[in-house]
Ligand binder design. Structure first.
Ligand code: SF4
Ligand code: SF4
Length: 387
């Protein structure tokens, strides 16, 4: 007969209500940024006659492609592109948080992740249980977000050279990408509304539908999360195989069947740790020191890393962009004429045109240099003759 394990009850307080609080604060911050941006757009719509509101730089955080390109350009050249510098720092902060605490951005800070959770909770209240897709459909659907990410990575890192990346970052389209995004939602098309509505409805039935199957940002953070030295670890000696951890996991990870959670779907929400009834049995631990990381340190750590990177950008003067109020007013009038390459053929064409322009610019600079050298020589000769 199997000897009964002595159970020491886990009396540590759950962290979920603090996680909810942090998620709510970030969602409120995003709403505030959205409202400020609305006032800025209102100023542009009035052609400058309404009261001026400064564009909130935090809106750059909603431009992930531009931010990814800015980061790529910065890593390759050491230059911070001035069009949306805040976006690059927000992107770097999110990546850093993921490297330290896994895909924690998704479950602690992301407003879309927060909405998905609320909708998922609503669904569970209605159905009284978590609905899961069978493996044969879940796995191929989960790969969709990697396909989307693969397309962006291919388009930026393979199809475009650095000259083209710079040309895109400096283009008027990129400069007003935030305004384009605003009007995408303000004048939302029927198709977009149906797509967003369907995603919301699907999230009632299948928890985190967007995050689990379609979000390329989450896919990227899932990859970075493998670098994190902090993992959920189960102690098989004290574990009583109750399965509560697996039941609590929003990502349907079989926490009760593994010793260490190595999964791109784990978002460090700590729901499993909170659910475990036995002390010192399930914890977030450092893979190096094997030491347990307190749940409150995760909360403090995630927020602090994010804030420190953003604070650094603000203090060093790399938070606000360099587009003036008058330039925005001009851009606003011309905005509908600005486009961007869509599809691989158009990206290749954009790449070639950027390279051609760069060559022309270089030639005209060297001609100017040649001319100024000639001018200098003839000036010196003239001077000598006079003397
Ligand atoms: S394994 Fe634990 S920390 Fe990871 S997603 Fe599941 S419940 Fe959250
Ligand atoms: S919650 Fe998971 S780790 Fe904790 S005792 Fe139950 S099965 Fe084991």
């Amino acid at each position: 007969m199997k000897a009964k394990k002595k159970i020491v009850r886990n009396l540590e307080k759950p962290i979920q209500k603090y996680r909810f609080l942090i998620q709510s604060c970030f969602a409120a911050l995003c709403l505030w940024i959205g409202y400020d941006f609305y006032r800025f757009v209102h100023f542009l719509e009035s052609n400058g006659s309404a009261e001026y509101f400064r564009r909130p730089s935090g809106v750059d955080g909603f431009l992930p492609i531009s931010s990814l390109m800015s980061t790529y350009y910065f890593i390759s050249t050491g230059i911070i592109n001035p069009a949306h510098p805040a976006g690059m720092f927000i992107f770097l902060a999110i990546v850093l948080v993921s490297i330290v605490f896994g895909k924690s951005f998704c479950s602690w800070l992301c407003p879309i992740g927060f909405i998905s959770e609320l909708v998922g909770d609503f669904g569970e209240k209605i159905f009284k249980r978590k609905l899961k897709l069978p493996k044969w459909i879940d796995i191929p659907l989960r790969s969709l977000k990697y396909i989307l990410l693969g397309f962006f990575v291919y388009a930026i890192f393979v199809l475009m050279n650095l000259v083209a990346v710079k040309a895109f970052l400096d283009s008027p389209y990129n400069q007003v990408a935030d305004l384009k995004m605003y009007y995408f939602f303000a004048d939302i098309s029927k198709t977009a509304l149906i797509v967003i509505g369907s995603l919301l409805v699907l999230s009632i039935f299948i928890r985190n539908f967007w995050c689990r199957f379609l979000c390329p940002y989450g896919a990227l953070l899932g990859i970075f999360s493998f670098l994190s030295p902090h993992k959920i670890k189960r102690n098989p000696v004290s574990c009583i195989d109750c399965g509560l951890c697996a039941k609590a996991c929003p990502s349907s990870i079989k926490v009760d069947k593994v010793l260490t959670v190595y999964s791109d779907e784990c978002n460090t929400c700590l729901s499993c740790v909170d659910a475990c009834p036995v002390e010192d049995t399930l914890d977030l631990k450092s893979v190096f020191t094997k030491k347990r990381i307190s749940k409150k340190y995760v909360a403090i750590g995630v927020v602090s890393i994010y804030m420190l990177v953003i604070g650094f950008a603000m203090i060093t003067g790399h938070w606000k962009n360099n587009i003036t109020r008058d330039e925005y007013l001009v851009h606003y009038k011309l905005m509908d004429t600005y486009g961007h390459p869509t599809g691989t053929a158009a990206i290749k064409e954009f790449d070639e045109k950027a390279a051609e322009k760069e060559l022309q610019d270089e030639n005209s600079i060297s001609k100017k240099d040649e001319k100024s050298d000639k001018d200098k020589i003839s000036n010196t000769i003239r001077q000598k003759r006079i003397n």
